[in-house]
Ligand binder design. Sequence first.
Ligand code: FES
Length: 175
Amino acid sequence: MDCDMTSDMSPTCAWSEPEWSSASRRAFLRTASGATVMALLGITATGCSDGNPTGAEPPEEPAEDGPAGIMVDGNQVILDLTSDATEDLTTQGGFLLIDEADVMAINVDGTTIRAFTSVCTHQQCTINAFADDTFMCPCHGSEFDTQGEVVAGPAPQPLTEYDVSRSDDTVTITK
Ligand code: FES
């Protein structure tokens, strides 16, 4: 803004636009979201109907669901062992990969379930197989035992193990 301070009463000011080329203005408008433009213009949407006429807080985001029987809720994965999706975990050697949470679980002895990160400690591939008491990474062949320890490289670190609690047919894994 340019102001003429020589006036006897009040300064006379003239608005001068920022020196944007029309190309940069177009680029800005293309990339700025509608909300950003409205915010810059001082426009709020409080007067608009958003389908919530009471103004009450919206409900919390629902938990992220995987297949039926697998629920990911924040740092917890809750498994219903009566569902088809988790039935592999009910027998010794059973393996379940829960992609939604980067978690894998195994039944080590018929009753005990252990859970680990499914992210390989080498280059973060998803470990997706379990056989002969060994987790196997498909990318470069790293292998881990049922304690999460490296039994074949190149993985440099063991897998992070998560807490598992069980109440009847409900298993809760806490990351
Ligand atoms: S990322 Fe798993 S072995 Fe390389």
